[in-house]
Design a binder for this molecule. Structure first.
Ligand SMILES: Nc1ncnc2c1ncn2[C@@H]1O[C@H](COP(=O)(O)OP(=O)(O)OP(=O)(O)O)[C@@H](O)[C@H]1O
Ligand SMILES: [Mg+2]
Length: 320
């Protein structure tokens, strides 16, 4: 848990991202609000197509935003910004992608892949210095310096993801968006990559936005978790609070999908299914509210009252 937890690094306020055309817009994310504290790992979890990557890409300025603010270290970084601020964002915010097979340029050597971003911001850097930075970045992720002259296809999936991480680290970022960094990897090497990310966080004081589509790994890596459903965040709280006292029915459905270690309990477990059609929001609309300290939920008045009652009576629907 970070010590200077209240030091906010990134603020997202009422974020909206639209795709499509003006006449036929598709709203991919809407009304998204969260803060990320310096040094923490903030998790964003939700099913495929819920808008997780869209939010990550809006933060690194790939996706234009149609409403709201993204504030990094006190400066608004979405919409038109100065060249100087753009350079700062390019250096200080990095993204690691899901599929290490698809995200590395097959025809380039590791040396070029890892230093590409650096060369864009430090064009006049002497070759020797660049090679030294590449070697350091490779060492940081546990790869040998001689790997710099090889091509991506010569590496395993786990090693390729390490190359992707080295490519981010060479920029000396403060904030890394890890978009499903282990989903495409073999189960046996997932833990290695997670441990590497944790080790790098401690060593370099990094802040992470960790994106995933299931909650099982997030318990071990995230300080706080936001749950997103169809472009809207439905619940946000500290990790243990979310696992102990989930409020929103979609969070409960995600939690019930995590396999239980006891085979007997697992076999008899009842999976919870979230059906938004069961909720009638025509008159009583849901809003984003803090239901107990540091525990936010999207709820209308009736739902809020039932959540408050549940908190007061400790009535939780999932087995502990
Ligand atoms: N460039 C784009 N143009 C049009 N629609 C897009 C674009 N990018 C994303 N979308 C749509 O926005 C929605 C959210 O997509 P997004 O990739 O953010 O989901 P995700 O939560 O990251 O899903 P996954 O877990 O599959 O990666 C989807 O319906 C997707 O089809
Ligand atoms: Mg995605």
């Amino acid at each position: 848990m970070p010590s200077d937890k209240q030091d906010v690094l990134l603020q997202v306020r009422d974020l909206e991202v639209r795709f499509g055309t003006k006449r036929r817009p598709f709203i991919a994310v809407q009304g998204v609000n969260f803060d990320i504290y310096k040094g923490e790992t903030f998790g964003l979890v939700g099913e495929s197509g819920s808008g997780k990557t869209t939010i990550g890409r809006a933060i690194i300025r790939i996706n234009p935003t149609s409403a709201g603010d993204i504030i990094f270290k006190g400066e608004k970084i979405n919409g038109p910004i100065s060249k100087e601020l753009d350079r700062k964002v390019t250096q200080q915010i990095q993204m690691i992608f899901q599929d290490p097979m698809a995200s590395l340029n097959e025809r380039a050597k590791v040396d070029y892949i890892v230093s590409e971003g650096l060369m864009n911001v430090a064009k006049d850097m002497p070759r020797q210095e660049r090679e030294k930075s590449v070697a350091e970045a490779l060492a940081d992720v546990g790869l040998l310096p001689e790997f710099a002259s090889r091509f991506p296809h010569e590496f395993s999936g786990g090693q390729r993801q390490r190359i992707g991480i080295a490519r981010s680290l060479i920029m000396e970022p403060e904030f890394i968006i890890a978009d499903e960094p282990i989903s495409a990897l073999d189960v046996s090497i997932r833990a290695q990559v997670l441990n590497l990310l944790s080790h790098l966080q401690r060593k370099k004081g990094l802040t992470y936005l960790f994106i995933a589509h299931d909650l099982s790994v997030m318990r071990f890596i995230c300080d706080r978790i936001a749950v997103i459903h169809k472009g809207q965040i439905v619940e946000l709280s500290e990790t243990e609070q979310l696992f102990a006292n989930p409020l929103h029915p979609y969070t409960q459905a995600l939690l019930s999908a995590i396999p239980l270690p006891d085979p007997l309990l697992e076999r008899n477990k009842e999976l919870m299914i979230y059906d938004p059609a069961c909720h009638d929001y025509t008159t009583d609309k849901p809003t984003w509210q803090e239901i107990e300290p540091n525990h936010f939920v999207l709820a209308n008045r009736q739902e809020r009252d039932s959540y408050l009652h549940r908190i007061a009576t400790c009535d939780w629907p999932l087995p502990k």
